[in-house]
Structures are given as structure tokens and as C-alpha cells.
Design a protein around this ligand. Structure first.
Ligand SMILES: [Zn+2]
Length: 62
């Protein structure tokens, strides 16, 4: 069995949290909308990162 580091676990959990929040937004209808200003997030940004929650003017809060 391969050992993995705490960093790996933290990175996976951070990604999982982003995915869960993206799914929540999808169900509540706020997916594609910036969580700060409500502007529609560009399709290209969502293609690049499907869990992106903010528009280009509002960098993602971690
Ligand atoms: Zn915004």
C-alpha cells in the first residue's frame, strides 16, 4: 500500500469541498453566477474549471 502525505489529503479535501459547493450551486440555480457580484461566469472559465464560483473580477475565495 502506498503511503500518501497530509498534503495530498488536504488537496483532495479542498477539491471535494469545491465540487460539493458547485453541486449545491447547480441545484439552487446559482451555478454560473459570481458569488460576489452575481455576474454570469464566462463559459470558457467554467470549461477550464467547472467548480469556479467567481467571475474574473473576483478571484476565488478559498
Ligand atoms: Zn464578480
Amino acid at each position: 500500500m502506498t503511503e500518501f502525505t497530509n498534503e495530498s489529503v488536504n488537496a483532495i479535501e479542498a477539491t471535494l469541498g469545491k465540487v460539493e459547493r458547485a453541486l449545491d450551486r447547480l441545484q439552487s440555480g446559482s451555478y454560473r453566477k459570481c458569488q460576489v457580484c452575481g455576474a454570469e461566469i464566462e463559459a470558457s472559465a467554467l470549461t477550464e474549471n467547472p467548480t469556479v464560483a467567481n467571475c474574473a473580477a473576483h478571484p476565488e475565495l478559498l
